[in-house]
Ligand binder design. Sequence first.
Ligand code: TXA
Ligand code: MG
Length: 371
Amino acid sequence: MRKDIQNTAEIKRIEEIKKTTEIIKVNEACLDDAVIRRAGEIIRAGGLVAFPTETVYGLGADALQAQAAEKIYAAKGRPSDNPLIVHICRMEDLEKIVTQVPEQARKLAQAFWPGPLTMILNKNDCVPDRTTGGLASVAVRMPANRIALALIRSGGGFIAAPSANLSGRPSPTLAEHVWEDLQGRIPLILDGGAVGIGIESTIADLTGEIPVILRPGYITMEMLAGVIGQVRIDPGIVDEASGIKPKAPGMKYKHYAPKAEMVLVEGKPQQVVWAINRLAAAQEAEGKKAGIIAAAETADCYRHGFVVRIGDRGNEDTIAHNLYRILRELDKSGADIIYSESFSTPRIGQAIMNRMLKAAGHQVIQAESLG
Ligand code: TXA
Ligand code: MG
């Protein structure tokens, strides 16, 4: 073979290797040190590694290297004004990236870290603008997952990680979801199996006098108030039709959207079942495929469309756990339209409905109005 042809073949081969994404299974109960070390080296060298947390899978890079953070935006197709969350594994590391740790932050960290709470604090100079989207504040969280904590330690202590999905797709709750979205774009996925919670962390802004929730999650307003007293919720996320801009830049984007149009149906359970049956029947009459998101308690009541069970109303954690997986499955099913029961309840219900309303682009029908 001629040498120049041989060289071209070699370059192609190297390019192909670079494009492949490796998935390595990791058992949270007995971590493989060699795998964690290797993943940590990729992070230190400015590369990307996807990893499990207790909420959703994250796409990690060294938070203190601007060029590494840059790669996250490119891999996800994420708008560059949408800042990243910095993940830490030791309380003392918090002091290194913020100007000051207020007493309230200390109390919340003690109560909920490691865990699904992200706090916004004023950043200091070692955090590059690329990580915070140009903001003077930084989002910080200590995740409750041993694989994540070991990777953060091995990667140098500060991992910037958004959810490991392509921008606009549902957050990944399984390594397979990361693979679907990011194969060929990142070198390594650590597969720790299904995540526990299934929706992203609660975000609380602690830069003002009264803490403000910018994104609802597993840690509720009541839980936060139980530790620090008064807490407010960002008006921009309560009523998106109000025109008030949400304070977390990411909350303004159309998120979590399935490919098919999605409509939420509200009302008493019996009325909702009746309304969805009627809507699905009308779609079928037009030769269209209607997907239905139903709770276990009502899933058997549908005569039209195809039903996916999201979880039990009696245990809403199951609904949060399955939500994003089901949205991805409905995409694959080729549904033309999705009708979903709604889950407007307290506790984690607020976070579930926040995600569902976004997925549905705020299309809500009152079951009564069809009667
Ligand atoms: O559970 C989670 O938080 C997951 C896992 C991987 O830890 N991460 C996650 O990251 O959900 P991401 O990038 O998908 O969402 C981060 C949100 C965005 O809405 C972003 O705008 C907001 O946090 N955010 C980040 N830094 C901020 C800041 N300094 N001020 C206000 N909002 C901020
Ligand atoms: Mg996200």
